[in-house]
Design a protein around this ligand. Structure first.
Ligand SMILES: Cc1cc2nc3c(=O)[nH]c(=O)nc-3n(C[C@H](O)[C@H](O)[C@H](O)COP(=O)(O)OP(=O)(O)OC[C@H]3O[C@@H](n4cnc5c(N)ncnc54)[C@H](O)[C@@H]3O)c2cc1C
Length: 433
């Protein structure tokens, strides 16, 4: 049997970007019939959308961003983000604290008063809910930040740690005061303009990297067994096909890798059991009527409405809808056992259609396309023990020599830009090693 130098498990953006930066002695083994993973795009009946949720290209790392834009050649354009928050029927600019004047007057007062007179401002927060009180005060926390985060994480914000707060826009006080009296300000500038493929949705980036691969991409190859065999790694598919590699990189969700790796270190297995993740149910509705608004996405903190975000694929590229058409994607964070994950497609479509109509963004009579998409692995949850567990898991796996790369392999709430950044770094290490 031929032994190849590098085997990469999983053909999402991490695995594909890594292979694109290695030589020809590489296989990418992907269980699905298509590459793309969480960056996958569905195109059906003229409607195109990023299946896991709306994806945009942005990065703090300009070199990586330029690489991702460059690999798309002419198939890319730039858009301006126009996000809103749906609050008691009003459309409030995102982030919330940058548009308090759009709230009903009483709510505006509560938010600005709580922001200025904040008895908790000098506390040291230990969880996300506390951080919100310290940073924004009670009004913004209780009306928006905490309910919204409870929905998107499907978990109590008091049980969520502070790992990702650096991602949350924190406006200067001057901007919050201006926003309350109606002087326009713009928050979260680093994503105000974003790039997106003109044709083919976000998945085009993965295909563009795939075009640079000199090794092989093998689709419909589901990894069923991984083991260390002397100096090599032996990998077997569900159909019994065996391949061997000198170096193995897994981009599979860690929980999936551990299921097929009987000799995995017990410390990794124990730690991974405690790593909490959320699943996603996305409902896409396509319409023959375009209401013609400019919005990119709408955040919905209202607990009575099932989804936490609505996005509008046409805003990303006009090629995402048929001529004169329109679509919305509703995202619901879910976990097995909460009832949503178990709901049938028809039930979900009915519930979402009714809730989208409440928000007023689609005429139910003009809906011509409906689809439910499910992802078991959507968001790693940074609960209070996350850092300890994830470190134990990663250290135990690293000691075996197997490399982990990507969002659910490393169990890190990272976007595709960081996946690419880490793929480039690993490619350098593997070339030098
Ligand atoms: C709602 C949402 C919004 C997002 N928005 C953005 C955004 O705006 N911009 C951005 O850059 N990123 C965004 N991301 C993040 C981005 O999707 C991920 O960071 C990225 O796609 C992760 O890629 P990956 O290759 O690490 O993992 P994955 O895409 O999960 O790839 C893992 C691959 O392993 C395969 N696999 C699993 N089991 C097996 C097996 N047994 N055998 C073989 N193969 C297997 C899977 O099919 C999959 O293809 C978003 C993610 C979500 C969920």
């Amino acid at each position: 049997m031929t032994v190849r130098r590098v085997g990469i498990l999983g053909g999402g953006v991490s695995g594909i970007a890594l292979a694109a930066h290695l030589d020809s002695d590489v296989d990418v083994l992907e269980k699905s019939s298509m590459i793309g993973g969480l960056c996958r795009t569905i195109s059906e009946d003229g409607f195109t959308y990023d299946a896991a949720g709306p994806h945009i290209m942005f990065s703090k790392n300009k070199e990586v961003l330029n690489l991702m834009i460059g690999v798309l050649g002419p198939n890319v354009h730039q858009n301006k983000r126009e996000n809103r928050i749906f609050f008691k029927g009003a459309l409030v600019k995102y982030p919330f604290e940058n548009d308090l004047a759009s709230l009903p007057k009483e709510d505006n007062f509560d938010c600005i008063y709580g922001y200025i007179v904040n008895p908790r401002a000098h506390e040291t927060p230990e969880n996300l809910a506390q951080w919100s009180y310290v940073t924004f005060g009670s009004g913004i926390s209780e009306k928006y930040f905490i309910p919204y985060n409870r929905k998107i994480w499907n978990y109590d914000p008091e049980k969520i740690g502070l790992e990702f707060v650096s991602r949350i826009p924190k406006p200067p006080m001057e901007d919050v005061l201006k926003s309350s009296i109606g002087i326009p300000t713009e928050g979260y500038l680093h994503q105000l303009f974003y790039s997106y493929p003109t044709e083919g949705g976000f998945e085009s980036i993965v295909h563009a990297f795939a075009g640079r691969i000199r090794g092989d991409i093998v689709t419909s190859w589901s990894v069923a067994h991984v083991e260390r065999a002397g100096d090599e790694w032996r990998v077997v598919s569900t159909t019994g096909e065996e391949r061997r590699y000198r170096t193995l990189v897994s981009t599979l969700p860690i929980h999936e890798l551990l299921k097929v790796w009987p000799d995995a270190p017990p410390a990794a297995v124990e730690a991974a059991k405690k790593l909490r993740y959320n699943s996603l149910v996305n409902v896409v509705l396509g319409s023959s009527e375009d209401p013609g608004h400019p919005f990119t996405a709408l955040y919905v903190p209202d607990p009575e409405i099932v989804f936490h975000r609505l996005s509008f694929p046409k805003a990303f590229s006009t090629t995402c809808v048929p001529e004169g058409g329109y679509s919305v994607m509703a995202e619901i964070t879910t976990n097995a056992g909460d009832g949503i994950w178990e709901s049938g497609d028809d039930e979900l479509i009915e519930r979402v259609t009714s809730d989208v109509a409440k928000v007023g963004f689609i005429n139910p009579e003009r809906i011509v396309y409906r689809r439910v998409v499910r992802f078991l692995y959507g968001y790693p949850v940074y609960d209070l023990d996350y850092r300890r567990n994830v470190t134990a898991m990663r250290d135990a796996v690293a000691a075996t020599g197997l490399h982990l790369l990507g969002r659910f392999a490393q169990f890190d709430y990272i976007n595709s830009d960081v996946c690419v950044e880490r793929a480039l770094k690993l490619a350098d290490d593997l070339r030098d090693g």
